[in-house]
Design a protein around this ligand. Structure first.
Ligand code: B12
Ligand code: SF4
Length: 491
């Protein structure tokens, strides 16, 4: 069967194009089982969805939806498919969270929940044999006006999946400058995370499990991409790159044994790696960055969100990274439920004391299906969106649209902007081992990546950057808030 997968475009404008790993995995699996699956990256083509579909003449279409921002384009693609009478299946985290809204919109025929590989193979085989999809596990659809969800599909054994076929995409198109790498690609070695954080998609989407791919394939793919395309960096998109310290040691030793020269990093939890020697080994093997979600400095809020790490453990992990030349990108959230000014002061103090760090502050937005979301709905503090159109018009995390904390919007914004300003001002806090100002480097790289896609993107990215800069500078206009939270630059 011919299957056409779409990676939709972001609504506002391109922020960063990463390889569509989920679609690549499904397409590789289908092709290894005798089907003909191709991937269309919407951002790389000027053709309309109708033109692309007509050109490919598929039997069925699949669209991957990560978050709200992809919905508008996904609706457009689906409408074109409907006009041409081709069935449409949506998948990915966001599609799994709003199945009924999506199906009732009339533009989607099926929702494929969670992992797509086996569901797709069964769908493609059923199509070939002229059978219906009604009994295929892991699907949602509308029948006689009612929403039907078939039996839940158990997780697949990732080790049984074939290697990713990197020729399904054009890897150089996805190269990014990132830290020390000039040609960095996204890859993955595991899925899920053991955490039970109440705001995260993981407990529901991956049931707090952690599974790894066939490590041999991961290394073979890295070797292939280095040799064929000159890839020199990998950002592992895993939620949790290593579940144990031993995994990190084995991984690093294998990189060194194979003599692979590339920089790498990914997501990590505080407390997994306890010894500075392991960070030193990882650095020797090319590790240069880790993304760590700290979220808050308040033990009270930590308990609430079920992500509890004592401040000294957090500082210890950051210090070990710093001492071994590994930059930590620390992610915080402001505006969490019940968060008070005292809680935020603790967050500010913790963030200011962390070493070798890029600090990212995001406004909290509840993801449907998470524990925190259900609680907020139950308490009447959050009104769930009802239609697909409403979801498509909601900005996830980017714009400040929702505040369930005890603190005003303005204060949250000033705190967020203060850390942005700090990043601009203090090179010493934001440098990697090339001794460049990391923030300036990131900003420059983002600008190059964004504007490299035409004049419209150039203008948009210029104004986007300017807006960010002005917001950061705007912090000085709020002396009272700065005093309240100790947001000073030079003391
Ligand atoms: C890379 C990435 C991105 C990339 C884009 C990815 C892409 N190609 O679309 C970028 C950087 C642009 C991005 C952006 C955002 N992202 Co993001 N992203 C990821 C990340 C780190 C990796 C995705 C990945 O490649 N996974 C590996 C592959 C193998 O798994 P997968 O994608 O889940 O695919 C499997 C299944 O989902 C399913 N599937 C996937 N697609 C399809 C399609 C069909 C048709 C079917 C049937 C099945 C199916 O089958 C696949 C194979 O098993 C994930 C976290 C994670 N570890 O997954 C977050 C994640 C998906 N992102 C998330 C979020 C919130 C965002 C942002 C909204 C963040 C923000 N605040 O701005 C933005 C949105 C856009 C924007 N404004 O920038 C959340 C989604 C939460 C949710 N909805 O439940 C995640 C889960 C991170 C998290 N822990 O919260 N993201
Ligand atoms: S540690 Fe991170 S990835 Fe794991 S459940 Fe918590 S927030 Fe999600």
């Amino acid at each position: 069967m011919k299957i056409l997968f779409f990676q939709p475009m972001l609504k506002l404008f391109y922020k960063r194009v990463t390889c569509p790993l989920g679609l690549m995995s499904i397409a590789s699996y289908l092709n290894a089982n005798g089907h003909n699956a191709v991937i269309c990256e919407r951002f790389f083509t000027d053709k309309t969805p109708e033109e692309i579909i007509t050109e490919n003449n598929p039997d069925i279409i699949g669209i991957s939806i990560v978050a709200n921002q992809y919905l508008q384009d996904s609706i457009e693609i689906s409408e074109a498919a409907k006009k041409l009478g081709i069935p449409v299946v949506w998948g990915g985290p966001m599609a799994s969270e709003i199945p009924e809204e999506a199906l009732r919109s009339g533009v989607v025929d099926y929702i494929s929940f969670n992992e797509g590989e086996e569901t797709w193979l069964e769908m493609a085989n059923a199509l070939k044999e002229g059978k219906s999809f009604d009994d295929i596990k892991g699907l949602g659809y509308i029948k006689d006006g009612a929403f039907v969800e078939t039996e839940k599909r158990p997780f697949i054994d990732l080790k049984k999946l074939p290697p990713l076929d990197w020729e399904l995409i054009d890897p150089p198109k996805y190269f990014q400058q990132y830290y020390q790498s000039q040609k960095m690609l996204y890859m993955y070695r595991s899925k899920g995370c053991i955490g039970r954080c109440t705001f995260c998609y993981n407990p529901k989407y991956h049931c707090s499990t952690f599974r790894t791919r066939n490590e041999e394939y991961v290394f073979d793919e890295i070797e292939y991409l280095i040799n064929k395309y000159g890839m020199d960096g990998v950002n592992f998109s895993d939620d949790l790159l290593f579940k144990t310290e031993q995994e990190a040691i084995d991984f690093s030793n294998e990189v060194l044994r194979r003599g692979l020269k590339f920089y790498w990093g990914g997501g990590l939890r505080v407390g997994i790696i306890k010894n500075t020697e392991t960070f030193a080994l990882m650095h020797k093997a090319g590790c240069r960055w880790f993304l760590i979600g700290v979220e808050t400095g308040s033990p009270k809020v930590q308990k609430e969100i079920k992500k509890y790490f004592p401040a000294d453990k957090i500082k210890e992990t950051f210090e070990m990274c710093h001492n071994n030349g590994i930059t930590v990108i620390a992610s915080f959230m402001v505006g969490l439920p019940g968060e008070t000014a005292d809680d935020l002061r603790e967050t500010v103090e913790l963030a200011k004391g962390l070493k070798s760090t890029v600090l990212g502050f995001q406004h909290f937005t509840p993801i449907p299906g998470t524990e925190i979301f259900d609680k907020l709905v139950e308490e009447g503090k959050y009104k769930p969106l009802k239609t697909l159109e409403e979801h498509a018009n909601t900005f996830f995390g980017e714009k400040f649209s929702f505040n369930v904390s005890e603190v005003s919007d303005k204060e949250l914004k000033v705190i967020k902007n203060y850390f942005q300003m700090r990043a601009l001002l203090f090179k010493s806090e934001f440098k990697d081992d090339t001794d460049k100002h990391l923030f300036a480097k990131i900003a420059k790289n983002a600008f190059i990546a964004l504007s490299g896609h035409g004049i419209l993107h150039f203008v948009k990215s210029f104004f986007f950057g300017l807006n960010d800069f002005l917001s950061a500078v705007g912090v000085i206009l709020h002396p009272k808030i700065r005093k309240k939270y100790n947001l000073y630059f030079f003391k």
